[in-house]
Design a protein. Structure first.
Length: 165
């Protein structure tokens, strides 16, 4: 298996595992701990740094950006499947639990009941397994592309300067 595929599988596996940690611990139901989900971005960037450092000597800048984006696309496909598994099979009440937590937060903020209802209905439109899985795939690829633009610029190996005579 080449490095691009390995890194993509590693990103997908680590991010999927972290999502399931969030699920099994119940952190996704906690208003503050829910933000720990964003650890997936750091996992993705960490693996991209590791992989793109290894390809710096043999790939051009755009070759590295392409490799990092492809790694992220591979990860995105894995995360698409794991997201569906998470929300349909393992945690089938995930969205209802998120809405209940969101309602508690809005009520604690002393919003009028009509405003609480309106915000919950607006959020519910995008809270389906398929929309969340597609959003995760797109987010993973876009994050990978942007991160690869930056990482490739930082890890490029430049030719050694000629020694002064």
């Amino acid at each position: 298996m080449n490095l691009t595929v390995k890194a993509g599988v590693l990103i997908g596996g680590l991010c999927a595992a972290w999502t399931f940690v969030m699920g099994f611990t119940g952190w996704y139901k906690h208003p503050v701990l829910l933000n720990a989900f964003w650890v997936v971005v750091f996992l993705q960037i960490g693996v991209l740094v590791w992989a793109l450092r290894q390809t710096a000597a043999e790939k051009t800048y755009w070759g590295q950006v392409g490799a990092g984006t492809l790694m992220s696309a591979i990860a995105g496909v894995i995360l698409f499947g794991s997201s569906l598994l998470f929300t349909v099979v393992v945690f089938p009440h995930y969205f209802e639990e998120l809405r209940a937590m969101h309602a508690q937060m809005l009520q604690a903020a002393k919003l009028p009941e009509a405003e609480v209802k309106a915000q919950l209905e607006a959020a519910a439109a995008s809270q389906t397994p398929l929309i969340q899985a597609v959003s995760g795939l797109i987010g993973t690829v876009v994050t990978g592309f942007v991160a690869s633009l930056i990482i490739a610029a930082l890890v490029r190996r430049r030719p050694a300067a000629p020694a002064a005579a």
